[in-house]
Design a protein around this ligand. Structure first.
Ligand code: HQG
Length: 172
């Protein structure tokens, strides 16, 4: 679902509106056509996936579904500039640090840099890349003063544009 709704709707023959939504019935037909799920994917199953996930990745509105964040497709308008907590965290791999120190945090394959509201979440995110991740603490107050925009992703995820290295420090 993330792949179809964030990165490659064309593969499924579906299109996203500028807010990232697509028709839910069409989405289900397309997912079943491409993946031959058995038993077939249903609306009930999708509701279960959303309800049982620890992260709020998708939203359903009427007969439409979207991914809430994480898009690599340009032009999707999902996020409003907002004021984040004064401190946010980012967990990453030790091997990425030379580059991160030099050019700052970049969105890489995503639309935005992803930040966490607590160290434990940042560590879990970082562990996807490194069993002993680095935890960076971000001074969002200073970054905002310098013109960096922050956006709400979901309850645990904040997003921002690229973040120069003077706005974060390594805490672990
Ligand atoms: C690193 C999951 C070298 C960055 C998670 C990260 C998150 C640089 C990696 C969400 C760099 C990109 C996002 C630079 C940044 N040089 N490396 N200048 N700037 N990086 O997976 O933040 O399950 O695209 O530190 O829970 O790890 O998809 O981003 O290590 O919320 O819902 O480049 O993905 O959510 O990796 O994770 P990713 P991320 P979902």
């Amino acid at each position: 679902m993330s792949y179809a709704l964030r990165h490659n709707p064309q593969k499924y023959g579906i299109s996203l509106d500028k807010y990232g939504y697509t028709n839910l019935d069409g989405f289900i037909v397309a997912m079943n056509r491409v993946h031959h799920f058995s038993p077939a994917l249903t609306k009930e199953k999708i509701n279960m996936v959303i309800a049982n996930s620890n992260k709020k990745r998708f939203a359903i509105k009427g007969n439409k579904i979207c991914a809430l964040y994480g898009h690599s497709i340009p032009g999707i308008i999902k996020h409003q500039v907002a004021v984040p907590p004064a401190v946010l965290f980012h967990g990453t791999a030790r091997r990425f640090m030379p580059s991160i120190k030099e050019v700052g945090l970049l969105p890489m394959q995503r639309q935005f840099v992803h930040l966490s509201t607590d160290v434990a979440t940042a560590r879990a995110v970082g562990m996807r890349h490194d069993s002993n991740p680095v935890i960076l603490q971000i001074d969002t107050v200073a970054a905002r003063k310098a013109g960096v925009n922050f956006y709400i992703g979901n309850n645990q995820v904040w997003l921002c544009d690229e973040l120069p290295s003077q706005f974060f420090k390594e805490i672990q």
